[in-house]
Design a protein around this ligand. Structure first.
Ligand SMILES: *[C@@H]1O[C@H](CO)[C@@H](O)[C@H](O)[C@H]1NC(C)=O
Ligand SMILES: *[C@@H]1O[C@H](CO)[C@@H](O)[C@H](O)[C@H]1NC(C)=O
Ligand SMILES: *[C@@H]1O[C@H](CO)[C@@H](O)[C@H](O)[C@H]1NC(C)=O
Length: 368
């Protein structure tokens, strides 16, 4: 009697460490949903308040960045926001991209995870690392915070930042700076989803209303699983399922929408909640499209300018191009879009693609 009880308890005791060993396989823990600390929240809150205050103060001095009515006389800038947790593999390619650009037409900001020892590249990126970067984890609200921090820094830094393009270390440009700038700032025919004959946009022969280029998807078979990943009623009442949207975390926002994002607290309080199914969470792919589709659906094109190849996707990672696949034909293929004249950026590429990309940079990528 005693011995069977003993054996039972002993074997239970033995199985505990085995369970701990197996746990990571049974419950994947690649993206710890560590709650964001109150001190990090406070830091962000202070930064966002400062950016919002500076934006309303400068609105009076720089009406062009808001109404765009005098876009021909005022230089409007594009803010390029790089979100990374590794070295910027394609820094030399981006360096080449910015080399031909008028320095008054762009700014660069980098949010580098301070825990991943990112090497600052020499050259144009060196002084562009924002000081308040914080740790990021894949598929977690920390990526939303990092993006909002980048937006706030860019708003605060320069009132003429008009478009805000969020990119990763795996993104490459598909065109010259001049092409990207004209497409976003001056072209009236780049966005194929808006009718060219829109009287509002042709009245003064200049673009009046800028739209954000952000993917907003309402029909996706994974949407319900993503919606309930924090609990069936966790998003209620602020975000009913009918308002929940999906999209890419890489987008180009107007200044108005960048401000809208850092002003938001209601949806952030929902999307920052930890998920119990982390493999079905991906808050960074839901927060921005849901927020903008709730607050200003007509101000968004609902498609992205960053090409991604989702065929044969594994673990939520898109296809990653290899060095041998880089060719002028691939660049042409990646540019093809049903929604705009062309995609402007693409991801993802293995770091080793840098050399073959540099070889075709001037002859193919930046020739347009
Ligand atoms: C970063 O560097 C520190 C000190 O050299 C080291 O302790 C740490 O493990 C490194 N972190 C990563 C993610 O490589
Ligand atoms: C997309 O990825 C698949 C592999 O999953 C590849 O076979 C295909 O060539 C890629 N498409 C393009 C346009 O590069
Ligand atoms: C464009 O739309 C067609 C028809 O829906 C589709 O077959 C094709 O894959 C789309 N091309 C791109 C680049 O999205």
């Amino acid at each position: 009697m005693f011995s069977t009880q003993f054996v039972l308890i002993f074997s239970l005791f033995l199985s505990l460490p085995i369970l701990f060993l197996l746990a990571p396989r049974i419950f994947p823990s690649h993206n710890p949903s560590i709650p964001i600390s109150p001190s990090d929240e406070l830091d962000d809150f202070v930064l966002f308040r400062k950016a919002i205050a500076s934006a309303s103060a400068s609105a009076a001095h720089y009406p062009s960045a808001h109404s765009h009515l005098t876009s021909k006389s005022k230089k409007l800038k594009i803010a390029f926001l790089f979100l990374t947790n590794t070295d910027l593999f394609f820094a030399p390619l981006w360096e080449q991209f910015f080399k031909s650009a008028d320095k008054n037409l762009f700014n660069i900001y980098v949010h580098a995870d301070p825990h991943s020892n990112v090497t600052k590249p020499t050259g144009i990126f060196f002084s562009k690392f924002i000081p308040d970067a914080k740790r990021t984890y894949r598929a977690s609200p920390t990526l939303i915070s990092a993006t909002r921090r980048l937006l706030a820094n860019a708003i605060l830094d320069d009132p003429t930042n008009t478009f805000f393009a969020v990119l990763s270390q795996y993104c490459i440009p598909l065109h010259s700076f001049k092409y990207v700038y004209n497409s976003l700032i001056s072209s009236k025919s780049f966005d194929l989803s808006s009718p060219e004959s829109d009287p509002e946009s042709t009245q003064y022969n200049i673009k009046i209303q800028y739209k954000s280029f952000i993917e907003i998807i309402s029909k996706d078979r994974r949407l319900w699983k993503r919606y309930v990943s924090r609990g069936k009623y966790a998003m209620m009442p602020e975000v009913p399922f009918e308002k929940f949207r999906a999209g890419s975390q890489f987008f180009v926002l107007t200044r108005r929408h960048a401000l809208m994002v850092i002003e938001d607290r209601m949806l952030w309080n929902k999307f920052k909640l930890p998920c119990y199914r982390e493999d079905e969470c991906f808050p960074e792919e839901h927060y921005f499209p849901t927020l903008l589709s709730m607050q200003d659906p007509d101000g968004c094109t609902k498609y992205t300018l960053t090409k991604v190849n989702w065929t044969g996707t594994r673990n939520g990672h898109p296809y990653t191009y290899k060095a041998a696949e880089i060719s002028p034909v691939l660049i042409q293929e990646l540019r093809q879009s049903n929604y705009s004249s062309s995609y402007l950026f693409a991801r993802k590429f293995e770091p080793i693609c840098l050399n073959p990309l540099m070889k075709i940079a001037d002859k193919v990528i930046f020739r347009d």
